[in-house]
Structures are given as C-alpha cells and as structure tokens.
Write a protein that binds this ligand. Structure first.
Ligand SMILES: [Zn+2]
Length: 263
C-alpha cells in the first residue's frame, strides 16, 4: 500500500475531513491547482487558501453556496486568486448568497478584490482581519492563527473540531512557531516547496522537504502532509525512501487526496 493510500485509509468514523484541492506551489500544473484545502466537520465547510486554479476542483467537492468560511494565509496569488470566482458564483447567483466570511491578514486581499470592479463581488466577502495570535470561533471550529516567516505577512492556522486538530502553514520558513502551531496535531499540512535545502532569497522564508518533516516530528504531529510542491519536482521517491516507515507518517499532497480523522 502506498503511503498516500495509507493516509486515505485511516478513516474510521467520519469526523474531521480534509480534501486536497490542489497542492502545487508557485503555479498550477495540468493535473493540480495551487494551494487549496477543504476542511469539513459537523456539516460545516471551511476553505483554506483558494489558490490559483482551485475553484474547479472545489466545484467537484462542494456547492460554492455551501462554503461557510474562507481562510487566506497570505496575499500571494497561488494562495488566494480563486477567491474571485468563488465570490462571483455566490454574488451573481439568484438569489445572491449571504456575504462569505473571509479571514485574512490586514490588506492581503486589497489588490485582488480591487481587480474585480463588480460591486456585487466586492459585497460578497465579509472580510475579517486576523493576525498573529488571533483566535476565532467559527461554528464548531476553533481557529488559531500564527505568523510564520515569509516574503509577506503569512498566517499559519490550526483548526480544531470534534477533538481533532489540523495545522496548516500556508507558506512559512522554519520557525519555532511552526512547531508550536502543529503541536500534537492529528494532521500537519506543511509547505515543503523544495526537495533540496534552500539557498538564495527564499532561504528562511520557505521550507525544504526534510525540514518540513523534522518540524512535524518535533511537534509530535501524527501525520505530515507535504504540500506547495514545486511544479515538476518529484517528491514521492524521496519520501518513500527516507520516510517510508517513519513516524510521523509522511505523505505528499495530491489533488483529490482525502484525510479523515481517526475514530
Ligand atoms: Zn507565498
């Protein structure tokens, strides 16, 4: 059984469920969009990062009118660009949907929203600014935000519901805050943009594969899902070779992959 299949099959009774809509970093590929994860529990649906080319994948999983909230980690378009089609689909439907709660760092969506001059689209988002240390209750979900090092303000988030916790870095360089965010998480979704150690301007602001796994292990996360993968790079062989039998269980994000909380 492949590691990915093992991750998919950890389902016991359905509790919190996470579906990878896209796991590509930088730009989408023919097979996968950029960052986008649908988190479901107790009939609620939270969309984490509506990145480039994730809206069509979202449509295959849920009715846009049934999304309860959106979390945006940061302003880079591979993490937020497809908020626009989501808002359009809600604003221009008959009748129009209620404004969608969108949690994001201050100013992160200003340029994106300004690029769509349709007034109804502007009104379709109920923007809620969050920052390092913010804690928010969203129905059955508790969300805790932590700033992680990146080129722009980037908020990782930890979502808890029904006794299960899932952490997600957005984009974030190695930092003690990542380990804190992922402490004892059932699933840690970790940006691992590069398969090899990072040099140059991204050093400290993005994370390589080995460091992402190390941080997940240091946090005591049960499973680490590596994501934000550089288009074209091959992660599966490396992960199988290095972490095939390790703890925590390590998997590589693929569009359509589903994780469910253990019973
Ligand atoms: Zn980024």
């Amino acid at each position: 059984m492949s590691i990915a299949a093992e991750v998919r099959n950890t389902a016991g009774m359905a509790k919190m469920k996470v579906t990878v809509i896209g796991g590509q970093g930088a730009w989408p590929t023919a097979d996968a969009g950029c960052s986008g994860y649908l988190v479901e529990a107790s009939g609620q649906r939270i969309l984490m990062d509506p990145g480039w080319a994730t809206f069509q994948g979202l449509l295959r999983l849920a009715d846009p009118l049934e999304i309860d909230a959106v979390l945006v980690s940061h302003s880079h378009p591979d993490h937020c660009a497809d908020l626009l089609p989501l808002l359009r689909s809600r604003a221009l439907s008959e009748p129009a949907a209620d404004p969608l709660p969108v949690y994001a760092p201050a100013g992160a969506l200003d340029h994106l929203l300004a690029s769509d001059a349709v007034g109804a689209v502007q009104r379709a988002a109920d923007l809620r600014v969050v920052s390092d240390g913010s804690k928010v209750r969203m129905g059955e979900f508790d969300a805790a935000f932590a700033e992680l090092p990146h080129h722009v303000t980037n908020l990782g988030v930890r979502l808890s519901a029904e006794g299960t916790s899932v952490s997600y870095t957005g984009d974030g360089g190695p930092d003690a805050a990542v380990v804190e965010l992922a402490a004892d998480a059932d699933l840690h979704i970790a940006e691992a943009t590069f398969a090899e150690p990072i040099t140059g301007e991204d050093a400290g602001l993005l994370t390589d594969l080995a460091t992402a796994v190390e941080q997940g292990a240091a946090a005591g996360a049960r499973q680490v899902l590596l994501t934000h993968l550089w288009p074209g790079a091959s992660y599966d062989e490396i992960v199988q070779e290095r972490y095939g039998h390790s703890s925590p269980l390590v998997a590589v994000a693929r569009a359509g992959m589903t994780w469910q909380a253990p019973a």
